[in-house]
Ligand binder design. Sequence first.
Ligand code: SAH
Ligand code: SF4
Length: 433
Amino acid sequence: MNISDSETIAGYLATMDLERTLNIADADLVFFHTCCVRDSAESKIVGRIGETIHLKEKKKDLIVVISGCMMQQPGAAELLSKKFPHIDLMIGTSNLSSIQDLLEQLIRNKDKKNKFQKTQIECFNELNSKFNENDDVLRSSWPNAWVPIIKGCNNYCSYCIVPYVRGPEISRIPENIINEVHHLLKNNYKEITLLGQNVNSYGNDLNSDWTFTKLIESISNYDYKYRVRFMTSHPKDLSQDLIEAIAKNNMVSKHIHLPIQAGSDKVLRLMNRKYTQEKYMNLLTNIKNQIPGVSITTDVMVGFPGETEDDFLETMDVINKAQFHNAYMFVYSQRKGTPAASMPNQISRLEKMDRISRLIKLQNSISCEISKKYLNTTYEVLVDNMISGEIYCGRTDNGRLVKFKAKDSNIIGSFVNVKINYNKGSSLWGDII
Ligand code: SAH
Ligand code: SF4
């Protein structure tokens, strides 16, 4: 989501004749697009903002702009501008479409000593009630294109800041998505990734018969060779219709990212996830039975307030049973303003660290075992990047990353057959055949 937003921002900046540079020392403008889902993301960005103080000392004209979810937390922009008075402009999540105007204003208002004035903060308290369309996306992920279809979230998981900083769910008009996808395919994009905090709620706010399944079906029947991927799916909303659509449609990647978050029903209830372990596992079985070769990945968290050792062992147990191909594993992070932040029985850092390392060890061994099942089999891989020298990577139809050797960078964007020869932990290596 952040990469997709950043491509939109880069698009707005390109219309002002700004060019992207890979070297921060060459930049006339540094734009940070922040995330506040976990404190690790916040600390990282605060460190990076700090680094620009010295840049600005050397280059007085340098413009430093911060945008994104972090700006949308009450008081955060004011606090950050006190800590870093060298920041010129802060923009909230609903003010992104005004970037050009805000930057022009900023440059016009330079004071007489030719210095920028104090930090300007532009954050609407009321989050936007419409989906901002933008034709100027500056894409940087070819042959993949990120296509947002729904923004915001209505689920209010008790640990999560997203609904507060991104606002309620707003679905993008289907015609706009379909036109964009068609345009991308005509322009040689090979993989379309539909994005939303919960893609399965697509259409709920549109007062029409559009659902996510209908959307997937409408963009998967063009006469090009390509793949459609999507994330993320909330387990409470993933429908039987969708499972069938994925199973029968060759264009749709056989990969589902299905965050479980925890194994214990008590913790899932406290998290406000609206499913039980049993419901989740039944859904998983249904998916595996109906979509041959599907790979399922997940998000899981340890150290949620009130999580006992027994609750944690239930997470370990469900991870064992579910056999996810891969998992993003997080330590619960207290987010100010969310219900979980003020729940009793917060877990100590030491306990969280102990649990996360046990969980990572378990999942790594599962991912490694699953990877071994891929050995000596040939898969069609969409080559999407060069890692270094002659090493390239790409994804199988079920979303598995595969690395292999190739001589010619023209190979990026093509579909090749790769025979998997060995695995290094969970990562797959093979040869083009
Ligand atoms: N909308 C998606 C994911 C949003 S955030 C979903 O519901 O799955 C991505 C992941 O970050 C979440 O799945 C969750 O595992 C993790 N996360 C969110 N808030 C967190 C918090 N306060 N502490 C730790 N992890 C968190
Ligand atoms: Fe956050 Fe839950 Fe919404 Fe995902 S579904 S963005 S975890 S509130």
